[in-house]
Design a protein around this ligand. Structure first.
Ligand code: ATP
Length: 366
């Protein structure tokens, strides 16, 4: 009977637990045996109790949970071949030769490296006497399938990552709270939101909350941004707006890109427009709390598709990542998606914004 393991890795996001639930239950429903690897690649390297057989009821109630109930970690040992050899040995011991990973581009890169090295790792287990040829006979290929769990919505090739809509909802809720006090005192608030090099959360929060101005890493302000922002905000005030909301994506004030930080914006609003201005950094509440309906749906549909991809894989199949494009769950080439994501990050760092936006929207198949 096929044994399929699921793991969450890298930064946490709402909906990861829902993805684990879907993989476990679809695996069991398909007549296979489900395992969960606890604490990301650390669990794969340490083995033992961190690779746990999962039953249907073990994931009961996980659909709405935030974060990941099987834990996540950054694991230095897995970056080295020696760590991956130990991980391979632990998988052979449990009889697992298919791994579904829910994480960001780093986790998916590690997974694909593990898959490509797998035959040589298996050979090494035999040549070093850790396993007999008989024991590894059925472990010639490793199937890897990626799911993208990230609040940043920064993976090329998919319209949404698991967690991004929960995080967006949380940001909007927080800005609604801030709105009430801003209105009362006619204040301005400069709000920093997460997203790393990707401005999706900031842009969508700006649209959803009717922000006055938004700073994005993909679209740094012009030379005369100070005049531009002040004139927009003055106009809004003259039209009767009692509050001002400016959103700064964390990636927009990366020192190498621009000198704009929430404090620089605050000083400008205070000194030039004489607005009573406060800075609010939303921080980790953006990753917390329960998963919204969209993320529960995405995690479930994609988790089911990931198990189907494992069961349909042949030794020739390249590793897929499960995406959503125009409301359809699709499989795409995992390494292509990771490469495009890394290219976009590099293009933003090099201030080649046109290429970065084209890369985010690029089409490619499984
Ligand atoms: P996030 O987008 O939230 O940062 P991520 O998956 O990109 O998530 P990383 O810290 O880059 O997070 O990667 C998570 C783990 O994946 C690492 O700690 C490491 O164990 C493994 N990993 C990442 N890159 C590689 C690699 N090139 N080779 C092997 N393992 C890797």
């Amino acid at each position: 009977m096929k044994k399929i393991a699921v793991m969450t890795s890298g930064g946490d996001s709402q909906g990861m637990s829902g993805a684990v639930r879907a993989v476990v239950r679809q695996t069991i429903a398909s007549g296979c045996i489900a395992y969960a690897v606890y604490e990301g690649y650390e669990g794969l390297v340490q083995g033992g109790d961190l690779i746990k057989r999962m039953q249907w009821e073990d994931v009961r109630g996980w659909l709405s949970e935030g974060g990941t109930l099987i834990g996540t970690a950054r694991c230095m040992a897995f970056m080295e071949r020696a760590g991956r050899l130990t991980a391979a040995n632990n998988m052979v011991e449990k009889g697992i030769d298919a791994l579904i990973i829910c994480g960001g581009d780093g986790s998916l890169t590690g997974a694909d490296k593990f898959r490509s090295e797998w035959p040589s790792l298996i050979d090494e287990l035999v040549t070093t006497g850790k396993r007999t040829a008989e024991e590894v006979k059925q472990f010639k290929h490793l199937n890897i399938v990626g799911l993208v769990g990230s609040i940043d919505n920064d993976l090329s090739g998919t319209d949404a990552t698991i967690g991004c809509y929960s995080s967006l909802g949380r940001i909007c809720q927080a800005i609604d709270y801030i709105d009430a006090t801003a209105l009362s005192h006619q204040r301005a608030f400069v709000i920093e939101v997460m997203g790393r090099h990707c401005g999706w959360l900031a842009l969508m929060a700006g649209v959803s909350c009717g922000a006055d101005f938004v700073f994005l890493p993909e679209n740094p302000p012009s030379e005369n941004w100070e005049e531009e922002m002040c004139s927009v905000i003055s106009k809004h005030r003259k039209l009767g707006k009692r509050k001002t909301i400016v959103i700064v994506a964390e990636g927009a004030h990366d020192r190498q890109l621009t000198h704009i930080s929430p404090d620089v914006v605050k000083d400008l609003l205070s000194n030039r427009l004489h607005l009573d201005t406060r800075v609010t950094t939303l921080g980790h509440v953006q990753r917390g709390g329960t998963a919204c309906a969209y993320d529960r749906m995405l995690a479930t549909l994609q988790g089911v598709e990931a198990v189907k991809a494992v069961l349909e894989a042949t030794p020739e199949t390249t590793s897929p990542v499960i995406c959503i494009v125009e409301n359809k769950i699709v499989r795409k080439n995992l390494m292509e998606a990771v490469k495009m994501t890394k290219d976009v990050a590099a293009q933003i760092a090099a201030k080649d914004f046109g290429a970065a936006m084209a890369g985010r929207d690029a089409e490619f198949a499984e």
